[in-house]
Design a protein. Structure first.
Length: 277
């Protein structure tokens, strides 16, 4: 599943092709993906100017004066910007056709497993942050509000393993499985440690690790393990720098001990038992 860096890489690639442009039409090629497509979506968007793009966790946001289009890439989706007139392929489920100074372009959502989403939140529905999918999300890890002190305060009564607390998304949002594993390794924290047993100093190390790793992944175009592609069709290459994720049985880059793999909440966790205590 694309995680925060992959979604931010997508947003950065989309912004110059969308911001300030006028929507010609929206094309839905099925009834919906994970949820039904919004009713009258083409009518809502045709002729409207895109003000700017944004991101909340793993959700892409395309802002208009009268509301926001919310996109999610699901398990295997990606967005491409293409010249107008290119015929859709199988699993190309949604197009946003936009006009600009250099003619028409198409933002196309490709989602083979159909776990993605195309949703609409109108201005008349209240603040965007109150949308049911966004309401319970934690702070953004690359913004100033995120800190080790925040992690420490919010975990005093959390007995679940720290890896699971990071994935829950209600304290800090967007730290998915890959980057949780890598961040815990860099901070030297065993992923099975109960969150409430980790002290303030170690949380400061973890917060710094999360910020640094996510920022580095964005610079390197995210991780491409299976399906993820940037809007220009290029793969990310952060996966070439992994220390533990998907390296079970391989010697740790720091100490040489074999990287271990366990299951936590039906997700694979990779860690070094020697470096992470």
């Amino acid at each position: 599943m694309p995680e925060l860096p992959e979604v931010e890489v997508t947003r950065l690639g989309l912004a110059p092709h969308l911001e300030g442009r006028v929507v010609d039409q929206a094309v839905c090629r099925r009834d919906g993906l994970r949820w039904p497509f919004p009713e009258r979506l083409t009518e809502r968007l045709a002729g409207q100017r895109i003000l700017h793009t944004g991101r909340r966790g793993k959700y892409l946001l395309i802002h208009f004066a009268h509301g926001t289009l919310i996109l999610h890439l699901g398990m295997s989706g990606h967005l491409r910007v293409l010249p107008a007139g290119i015929a859709p392929k199988k699993h190309d489920h949604f197009d946003l056709v936009v006009n600009g100074p250099d003619g028409c372009q198409v933002l196309r959502l490709h989602d083979p497993r159909r776990f993605g989403a195309v949703l609409w939140h109108g201005k008349d529905e209240g603040e965007l942050g109150e949308h049911p999918l966004l309401r319970g999300l934690g702070v953004e890890p690359l913004e100033e509000q995120f800190s080790g002190a925040l992690l420490y305060r919010q975990t005093r009564r959390r007995g679940a393993a720290i890896k699971q607390v990071l994935l829950a998304g209600d304290i800090v949002v967007g730290v998915g499985n890959i980057y949780a594993c890598e961040s815990l390794f860099r901070a030297g924290i065993d992923p099975t440690t109960p969150a409430s047993r980790i002290g303030r100093v170690r949380y400061e190390k973890l917060a710094a690790a999360i910020r640094d790793i996510l920022a580095a992944a964005i610079v390197q175009g995210g991780s491409t393990l299976r399906d993820f592609l940037a809007v220009n069709g290029q793969s990310g290459y952060f996966q070439q720098t992994y220390f533990v994720y998907d390296r079970a049985g391989v010697p740790c880059r720091n100490c040489g001990a074999a990287v271990r793999q366990i299951k936590q909440g039906q997700r694979s966790t990779f860690y070094c038992a020697h470096c992470q205590r």
